[in-house]
Design a protein around this ligand. Structure first.
Ligand code: BES
Ligand code: ZN
Length: 452
């Protein structure tokens, strides 16, 4: 990590006091504007404290923080309290989700079939025990099932053309009590029924080879019976939370700049605070949550006309649920006003590779441009950009908001493992990423950039 010359400049400024008075100085436009910008940039860099991030990660990663658990609630309370201690108005946004537990037992037995089968559950397969005659039902399209009565029977269905969910609904409508799906290409597939649904019937998934054998067997032995047993899968409603701290535009600049219309006047800095079960998630993603807190602390007294929302999302690990809920609940007006989402996920592991930026479509956008300008200025080279859609920047991208994920690549070996603890965290990496994000953010919000 290379030190910026601005830090040196800031030593002199420090002698005059803290960031707050400097920020107050910069409330009017004058020929000193550029100089003040430099001073504020120096102030931002100087204020970033990797110890503060480290200590917050340490606190948050005492245990896993699975969405909907008491441990998530404790993390949410801690994050809210921290935002409030910096002076932010902070909202906790609750949302419900369905928590699905995969089965521990999946059995399929077929009368007089001697070849061994390795049935897999599909995601959202329900538990239950059913038996009945197996009937081949093709791809399970409505027109194929038209003259079939599947009442009390188990449908055998090939993958393809329509979703597993549609196949399931179609055979249920014809009275099926169970479903056996098989792949249409060699190898295994992670099948999903797409949703939790109590109306589903027990279902398993076989390989293409297993399915072909089974079809042959049924053709040779009409009215073959099968039984499916699935145990241990369950789904329950649960509640997770997003924590949203808002930095309102600095009010006295509003008057000065009423003539300059800023269309995109909101920036979102985000990170998920939840972890997977069994992993304390120091890097994934107490690191991002702690960096979001730190950036909010550092930016508190920096004047800007842009509103900044610092958000930690819940239930990312269950499928980007918190960020999806957040984006779905934005008004059209808010969506059109959000200039950028900087999403921080896994930003402090000693054992991960270099910082990269990932966008959902692999293309550059405002976030990557600002981050590359900042990294070039700070470290002499632009942070590389590639495609990635595994974190909370995706729901923003889906509604057209420029967004990018800040992450180290390759990921550390402890990703989603019990070893993802505080001892794997690097203060240097935290400092480096926080500097890049804060300078990118600063360049975006600088009043002198906005006043034309
Ligand atoms: N932090 C990870 C995403 C990640 C890990 C990106 C390693 C790049 C390299 C995130 O918390 C995660 O685990 N995401 C899930 C996907 C999500 C939709 C449930 C994943 O990648 O499996
Ligand atoms: Zn993560």
């Amino acid at each position: 990590m290379k030190k910026s010359i601005f830090k040196v400049i800031f030593v002199a400024i420090l002698a005059l006091g803290t960031v707050a008075p400097i920020a107050t100085l910069a409330t009017h436009y004058s020929s000193l504007q550029v100089e003040k910008s430099v001073n504020l940039e120096a102030a931002i860099l100087q204020t970033i404290d990797s110890d503060s991030m480290f200590n917050n990660i340490k606190f948050l990663s005492k245990s896993p923080r699975v969405a909907g658990t008491e441990q998530e609630d404790a993390a949410v309370a801690y994050i809210k309290k921290s935002f409030e201690s910096y002076g932010y108005k902070t909202e906790v946004q609750a949302f419900t989700f369905t928590d699905y537990t995969a089965p521990h037992t999946i059995k399929l037995s077929i009368d007089s079939f001697t070849k061994s089968l390795d049935p897999q559950a599909l995601e959202y397969s329900i538990s239950g025990q059913v038996s009945g005659e197996i009937v081949t039902a093709g791809l399970g399209k409505v027109e194929e099932l038209q003259y079939l009565d599947l009442t009390g029977k188990i449908a055998l269905l090939e993958r393809g053309e329509i979703s597993f969910n549609d196949k399931m609904s179609n055979v249920i409508a014809k009275g099926a009590v169970g479903a056996i799906f098989y792949n249409n290409v060699p190898g295994t597939v992670m099948g999903s029924l797409g949703e939790v649904n109590k109306a589903f019937v027990p279902a398993v998934l076989l390989t293409e080879a297993e399915g072909d054998e089974l079809v042959k067997h049924i053709n040779n032995n009409p009215s073959t019976h099968a039984s499916i047993t699935i145990k241990g899968s369950k789904s329950q409603k649960n509640i997770s939370h997003n924590v949203i701290a808002t930095k309102m535009p600095t009010s006295n600049q509003k008057q000065v700049t009423t003539s300059s219309k800023i269309d995109k006047d909101i920036i979102v800095i985000s990170a998920h605070h939840d972890s997977v079960a069994g992993a304390p998630g120091a890097n994934d993603n107490a690191s991002g949550a702690a960096m979001t807190l730190e950036l909010s602390r550092v930016m508190k007294n920096i004047p800007s006309e842009t509103e900044i929302r610092f958000i930690t999302f819940g239930a990312e690990e269950f499928g980007l649920l918190g960020s999806t809920h957040y984006v779905e609940n934005l008004t059209e007006d808010e969506i059109s006003r959000i200039a950028a989402n900087f999403n921080l996920d896994m930003v402090g592991s000693k054992d991960a590779g270099e910082l990269i930026l990932q966008t959902a479509d692999g293309k550059h956008n405002l976030v990557t441009q600002q981050a590359q300008a900042a990294s070039t200025k700070l470290n002499g080279e632009p942070t590389p950009v590639n495609q990635g859609d595994r974190s909370d920047h995706v729901p923003f991208a889906n509604v057209g908001i420029p967004s990018a994920l800040f992450i180290h690549n390759p990921a550390e070996p402890w990703y989603h493992k019990p070893e993802d603890k505080i001892d794997k965290i690097s203060k240097e990496k935290l400092q480096d990423v926080a500097e890049i994000v804060s300078i990118a953010l600063w360049n975006q919000i600088r009043i002198d950039h906005q006043v034309k």
